[in-house]
Design a protein around this ligand. Sequence first.
Ligand code: 5GP
Length: 120
Amino acid sequence: MEYAYDDQNIFAKILRGEIPNKTVFENDHALAFHDIQPQAPVHVLVIPKGPYMSLDHFARDGSAEEQAGFFGAIAAVCDLVGVEQGFRGISNTRAHGVQDVPHYHMHIIGGKQLGRMLAD
Ligand code: 5GP
């Protein structure tokens, strides 16, 4: 599979500081910020700082340090936003997964009782 990263995507612009964001947590390899259209009381996006398009791209080509930094950021977000009662981590991927922004991101969604995983 070929991955052609588009550096004009909205999250690349956020990483370059061209568009503001409400940061929850940041480390050397990842940034976490509030989703602009939250689907639940907690809706945070965690993104790697490297140019990865999707979960499978990051899993394949992300370095051990980048992957550790990314999952460390997820752990930090979970401590910060209050999801002790649970949450859902979602990575929509390409067309069938209905991914809108082609920079890898994990949605951390919670703060209320969620419904079943798939609507259709
Ligand atoms: P996807 O459909 O790609 O999994 O999710 C993209 C998410 O990015 C959506 O939940 C959408 O609300 C969020 N989003 C799109 N543009 C912006 C933006 O400029 N700032 C922030 N914080 N979130 C955004």
